[in-house]
Design a protein around this ligand. Structure first.
Ligand SMILES: [Zn+2]
Ligand SMILES: [Zn+2]
Length: 427
């Protein structure tokens, strides 16, 4: 109960701040009211344990504001994050959940994906599961700016949205999509082969649009790192090191060879993302002391068997054989001691919130949140603030940045339809 009281106290503080921020927002936008969102249309309410119900516009967390150092001044944010209406501070990191789910795709829960924006202008995407791309483009950044994708593993709930991200015919991204990921046990099961196959599978798409719009963006560059370079002595690899940003990969325990997690460090701040994994001390140690530790969590085998109408045997194979449950997540957070622990990949339902916190809190007392789609976490040297995003659901993507050379449009394809079909065209 102690933690819940803390939660309510902080919420009051934010509601108070929103009034002031609301004035600010109105004066900078100059257009109508804030966009509405069906994601917030569920009737607000709380669980028996006092946590907000999913998708009611409230963060499901023990604490929505976490002060990182004693004496730090708490800066208030607007109650809801509206993309395009807040400037990211130079020493600030913004972490956005574009998909909190798993293979069970739902309107209210896309598969897995996270976006990270840094105060130095760098932007990254970690995993791009089905349903995440619309969320990503609603964040108010140009698709051209999100050209760096890091893949934890090649399960489709983590890469199934890649076609939507790849699709950039002329008006969004005129540079290749850069994709980082591990090799596999065989060449065909590595990231490079996956990237090549996505491009091959897009052959008709590219052929049909060539001559109509520039196609420079319809290429991908794979940055595959060797999964077998991880050793007991050196369990991580620095795979990105530019503009003061370091991204390390580390192996995780998830099905076959070729599953990793990532740790991003910049400007004294950090986040780690486990991808899918069984509980592992290696993952906890590689994520030690980060500001935000995003770790997968799965509902219990009992709940999975009931909700999915499968036998306990199958449920145990899925849950215990490849994933992490709330109780063991508490153990991981206890080892890693993040400033904020975030559970993701967790199937949301009204009756699955209290059991999660009950199990975690038996072991771990620090701040914990359960991810929902369009949850945003602002990290500064002083504090971590977690809120919900209210995107404009009919937003237009920001245009691509100007290139020095105009992109080529190219020649129209000669793979023409039979003439008799064309002759049925109405003018
Ligand atoms: Zn998954
Ligand atoms: Zn997986």
């Amino acid at each position: 109960m102690k933690l819940l009281v803390k939660n309510i106290g902080i919420k009051k503080l934010i509601v108070g701040a929103a009034v002031v921020a609301g004035i600010l927002i109105a004066s900078t936008s100059g257009v109508g009211e804030d966009p509405g969102s069906y994601r917030f249309s569920r009737t607000p309410g709380v669980t028996a344990g006092g946590y907000p119900l999913p998708l009611t516009g409230e963060v499901i967390a023990t604490d929505t504001v976490v002060v990182k150092r004693e004496g730090a001044e708490v800066v208030s944010y607007p109650e809801i994050y509206v993309p395009g209406r807040e400037t990211l501070g130079e020493d600030e990191m913004r972490i956005l959940c574009i998909g909190s789910g798993n293979p069970d795709l739902r309107i209210g829960q896309a598969a897995t994906g996270w976006a990270v924006e840094l105060g130095n202008g760098e932007k990254f995407v970690f995993d791009i599961g089905g349903g995440t791309v619309g969320n990503l483009w609603s964040l108010g950044a140009s698709p051209a700016e999100f050209d760096k994708l890091f893949i934890t593993h090649l399960h489709l709930d983590h890469v199934g949205g890649i076609f939507g991200m790849f699709d950039a015919m002329g008006w969004s991204r005129n540079v290749p999509l850069q994709v980082w990921g591990p090799s596999g046990a065989t060449e065909e099961n590595g990231t490079a082969a996956f990237v090549e196959n996505v491009q091959k599978a897009s052959s008709w798409h590219i052929e049909s649009k060539t001559g109509i719009a520039p196609s420079e963006g319809m290429t991908m560059v794979a940055h595959e790192f060797d999964y077998y370079n991880f050793t007991e002595e050196e369990p991580n690899q620095l795979i990105y090191n530019e503009n003061g940003v370091k991204v390390y990969a580390f192996p995780v325990i998830h099905t076959i060879a070729g599953s990793v997690g990532y740790r991003l460090e910049w400007n004294g701040m950090s986040m780690a993302f486990s991808g899918d994994t069984e509980p592992s001390t290696l993952v906890a140690q590689q994520s030690k002391g980060v500001d935000v530790f995003i770790h997968e969590a799965f509902i219990s085998a009992e709940a999975f068997a009931e909700k999915k109408s499968v036998t306990m045997e199958i449920a145990e194979n899925v849950v215990d054989g490849a994933h992490t449950t709330a109780g063991t997540l508490g153990q991981l957070f206890e080892i890693a001691q993040p400033v904020l622990g975030v559970a993701t990949h967790y199937s949301l339902d009204d009756d699955l919130i209290d059991p999660f916190f009950k199990e975690v809190e038996e072991i771990y007392e620090g701040p914990v949140a359960i991810a929902q789609d369009m949850m945003v976490i602002n990290v500064t040297p002083d504090q971590i603030v977690t809120r919900m995003v209210m995107p404009d659901e009919l937003s237009w993507p920001e245009p691509a940045s100007e290139l020095e050379e105009k992109p080529e449009i190219g020649e129209l394809s000669d793979q023409e339809r039979p003439e008799w079909i064309t002759n049925t065209r109405i003018y």
